[in-house]
Design a protein around this ligand. Structure first.
Ligand code: MRU
Length: 362
């Protein structure tokens, strides 16, 4: 996608054997790229959320393995770097997927070939992510178009109002995004639409990242506080919701950024279709019960007690929003049971969120 008219991916390799990323902690006020020289840099980029979003975390981890092979390519080094990267964040299953794919690819190779091969495999994973997301976009755009046509037939405004939560746009992937890929595809095809962007406390991925990337692409959007969705749905102002996910069970339970479950409940109560955009590597075929089995990341209290923003003097500063001494709990994700999900928009088509329908994705 383009930033100030220039095409970018979220991660790319350099001619001298490093990896560059967009530092997402600086957006939307500054556009800064960063260089990752070694596996520890990649691990830190994931842990500290310079990169985030399940697919991008998986690709960054793959490049992390490649960076480590550049320095030490022994079996022990491969095992150690996979272990470090796997521990960087717990919830997005794409991290495990990316690391395991690299490990399985590299382990049978002689040490002397691992560095070069790892680099190519990480690049393949990145390219595949772009293709997958473009395909999610094509399938999802048909749903948006169908909603547009149905509204027109009913004599209503043809503008499709879509609610999204957190950031599952191109910044959460290598390019295009998952939940936002259908929105970009439909918008580019001329379907009139407008996006309600949940701000997504505490890290504000909606207000900071989704709003920024939609704005860069010229997509009409409005930022709302996280609690506004139910009200909008009751008043017929949301035609459909599309969110991303960090892990989906084999039975269709969907783990996503904290607050997604409440949106799904409100959507169910108001007859609003609730879709999930996801690449199939986000499905964890080993799990059946999302609420009981998916590990939910708990992050630092300071992400809740403090907030950063642009001050009138042009400086970004962090301020405290809670009384000194109040404790805060910071659960990163929640699980939306499959029964609340209208459909899974994947690169292989739209399928129902249940074990039987999902068989075709294995
Ligand atoms: O904590 P983050 O920013 O890495 O979480 C990302 C999300 O939960 C997004 O909502 C997204 O849908 C999943 S990644 C496409």
């Amino acid at each position: 996608m383009k930033v100030n008219g220039k095409p970018y991916r979220t991660i790319w390799s350099t001619a001298d054997g490093a990896v560059e990323i967009i530092d997402q902690t600086k957006l939307p006020h500054e556009f800064v790229t960063m260089r990752l020289e070694n596996m520890r840099d990649a691990e830190r980029a994931i842990r500290d959320m310079w990169v985030r979003g399940a697919p991008l975390i998986g690709v960054t981890a793959a490049y992390g393995v490649a960076l480590s092979m550049k320095h030490h390519a022994s079996d022990a080094a491969l095992e150690a770097s996979c272990g470090v990267l796997l521990a960087a964040r717990p919830t997005a299953v794409n991290l495990r997927w990316g690391v395991e794919r690299m490990r399985a690819f590299l382990a049978p190779l002689p040490e002397s070939e691992r560095a070069g091969a790892a680099w190519l495999e990480a690049a393949r994973i990145a390219d595949e992510d772009v293709e997958i997301n473009a395909s999610i976009g094509r399938y999802g755009a048909e749903l948006i178009r169908a909603m547009h046509e149905s509204k027109q037939r009913e004599g209503r405004s043809g503008v499709v109002n879509i609610l999204t939560h957190c950031n599952a746009g191109w910044l959460a992937t290598v390019d295009w995004g998952t939940a936002l890929a259908p929105i970009y595809a439909a918008f580019d095809a001329g379907v009139p639409l407008h996006v309600w962007v949940d701000e997504t406390r505490p890290r504000n991925q909606g207000a900071s990242l989704t709003a920024w990337e939609l704005g860069q692409h010229g997509v009409p959007h409005t930022v709302i506080v996280d609690n506004a969705g139910g009200h909008l749905m009751q008043h017929g102002l949301v035609d459909m919701a599309i969110v991303g996910t960090d892990r989906v069970t084999a039975t269709g339970d969907v783990c996503n950024k904290i607050g997604t479950y409440l949106k799904a409940l409100a959507a169910h109560d108001n007859g609003v279709p609730f879709y999930i955009g996801l690449p199939t590597p986000t499905i964890d075929w080993t799990l059946n019960d999302g609420v009981k089995e998916i590990p939910i990341e708990e992050r630092a209290q300071e992400e809740v007690t403090h907030i950063a923003g642009l001050c009138d003097d042009g400086q970004v500063r962090t301020v405290q929003v809670t009384p000194t001494g109040s404790r805060a709990a910071n659960y990163g994700f929640d699980v939306t049971p499959a029964r609340l999900v209208t459909g899974l928009i994947t690169e292989r088509g739209v399928v129902a969120a249940n074990a039987q329908a999902m068989e075709c994705l294995k």
